[in-house]
Design a protein around this ligand. Structure first.
Ligand SMILES: Cc1cc2nc3c(=O)[nH]c(=O)nc-3n(C[C@H](O)[C@H](O)[C@H](O)COP(=O)(O)O)c2cc1C
Length: 244
């Protein structure tokens, strides 16, 4: 395995337990410069990255803190401002703009996580920014209210203790060669068992054992419908990406 594949295979999430060791400013700059090398549509780089050092602000934003938090926002403000500066108009207030912008944004964010890991720095992606009142994110960071959507937070830091466990990934029904193929009943059973196996570490909780036969029973009944999606819908409307 080459060094790049080793880095990708060693990626893992630190669920909040980062140590107090700080990442140097030089290392953060290296990570950011790698991040923005990700592919992007029409050379627009339709995102902004807010770099946060203040742990209190990190907690307020997403409920987690580490050495740094990089907030990745889908953002067309820069392009709009330059258009006005040149006497033109440019707006991407539509779903196409959001989808293309999200693609640019996520590619840059994942590239940062890989770059960080290659330097021995761990990470946590969190959508904690979407829990609670979205206004706080805008107010805390002076984000533009339109055409700017905080998509994902990437918390970076060193882990507080050595974590050796590694979450598995499902493969059943995931990669399709040539043509799409739905799972057979046998493959579905295999998938169900994989989620039930504690050594795979795919389950979010082991509480399900009290009331359910399988982890996925618990998942479909108690988890998959959880969460209020109207907050995101409203934010997409407020930022202009979705029609009101
Ligand atoms: C969109 C997104 C949101 C996530 N939000 C959280 C979160 O709020 N808290 C957390 O501990 N992990 C969060 N994660 C990390 C996942 O739990 C983690 O990637 C998954 O369990 C697989 O573990 P691994 O990254 O260690 O392989 C999030 C990941 C993604 C992609």
């Amino acid at each position: 395995m080459n060094e790049t594949l080793k880095t990708i295979n060693s990626l893992r999430t630190i669920h909040g337990d980062f140590s107090s060791e700080e990442i140097s400013s030089e290392d953060i700059e290296t990570i950011l410069q790698a991040s923005i090398k990700a592919a992007n549509a029409s050379a627009r780089q339709s995102y902004s990255i807010i770099v946060i050092n203040d742990k209190e602000i990190m907690e307020k934003l997403c409920g987690y803190s580490g050495s740094r938090l990089l907030l990745y926002c889908v953002d067309y403000t820069r392009l709009s401002d330059v258009a006005i500066h040149l006497g033109f108009q440019f707006e991407r207030k539509d779903l196409t703009g959001f989808i293309t912008g999200s693609t640019d944004t996520i590619l840059a964010a994942q590239t940062a996580a890989i770059a960080a890991k290659s330097m021995g720095i761990d990470s946590l992606f969190t959508n904690g920014i979407h829990r609670g009142e979205p206004n706080r994110v805008y107010e805390l960071l002076d984000l533009p209210r339109e055409q700017c959507f905080p998509l994902i937070a990437l918390v970076l830091g060193y882990p507080s203790e050595k974590i050796t466990t590694k979450k598995a990934r499902i493969t059943e029904g995931l990669i399709h060669y040539g043509k799409y193929k739905r799972l057979t009943a046998e493959q579905m059973d295999k998938l169900v068992q994989k989620y039930d196996d504690p050594s795979e570490q795919l389950m979010l909780t082991d509480q399900w054992k009290e009331d359910f036969e399988h982890y996925l029973d618990w998942f479909y009944v108690n988890w998959s419908q959880k969460g209020d999606t109207s907050r995101i819908d409203n934010l997409l409307k407020d930022t202009g990406f979705l029609k009101k």
